[in-house]
Design a protein around this ligand. Structure first.
Ligand code: ADP
Ligand code: MG
Length: 212
């Protein structure tokens, strides 16, 4: 029991208190298995079905190491669709609401480009976006990832199904070599293994079948 509590982790107390306020009393199995590794800073592949709590598994890792005073993009989360990116951004904001002045920005396709340029000029700590639009901003120079410490590929199986592999590879070229890469997926097909081998450093594979 006690080893399933968030308080047992190396998390800043403000984050733990906020989790209690949100009613997150115990970690889900994928969180219990992956969060200690994520917090160690190593690369992690987390496989668990929809609803198993994967967002907090990487979201708390991002928030725990964020340096709010350094107003640079430190984390990038890539999601297959705008709806999923919006959900992830909402969850990260909720998890991080006890951290003052934290800026989470979404960059998705299907919405006008101009306002995103304005938002990027104001700066952000965490970007959550879809691959196509993120690559466009990188190519234009409106998004810079020189200070990136964490890269997350969320719903990686769906991103590959949607044909985003070349776009993901292009985005990788803009990220620092010294980064933590986290990959979360509902399934773990061969193509994901191949991608992980190319883009990750000795990743720890964590597979949780049940959601509770
Ligand atoms: P997944 O990405 O694996 O599909 P989500 O991260 O979207 O799952 O989480 C599913 C739901 O469970 C969300 O509503 C989230 O707020 C909630 N949740 C996640 N972790 C916990 C927890 N430890 N305690 C209670 N609720 C949680
Ligand atoms: Mg998810």
């Amino acid at each position: 029991m006690s080893n399933l509590t968030f308080a047992s982790l190396a998390l800043p107390s403000a984050l733990v208190e906020n989790l209690t306020g949100l009613g997150y009393t115990e970690m889900t199995p994928i969180q219990a298995a992956s969060l200690p590794k994520v917090l160690e800073g190593i690369d992690v592949i987390g496989q668990g079905k929809t609803g198993s709590g994967k967002t907090a598994a990487f979201g708390l890792g991002i928030l725990a190491k964020l340096e709010v005073k350094r107003f640079r993009v430190q984390s990038l989360v890539l999601c297959p669709t705008r709806e999923l990116a919006d959900q992830v951004a909402k969850e990260i904001r909720k998890l991080g609401r006890s951290i003052h002045n934290i800026k989470v920005l979404t960059l998705c396709g299907g919405v006008p480009f101009g306002p995103q340029l304005g938002s990027l000029e104001h700066g952000a700590h965490i970007i959550v976006g879809t691959p196509g639009r993120v690559e466009e901003h990188l190519a234009k120079g409106s998004l810079k990832l020189d200070d990136l410490t964490t890269l997350v590929l969320d719903e990686a199986d769906r991103m590959l199904e949607m044909g985003f592999q070349p776009t993901l590879d292009a985005i990788m070229a803009y990220t620092p070599v010294e980064r933590q890469t986290l990959l979360f997926s509902a399934t773990y097909p061969k193509q994901i293994q191949a991608m992980a081998e190319r883009l990750m450093k000795n990743p720890e594979l964590i597979q949780v079948e049940s959601s509770h």
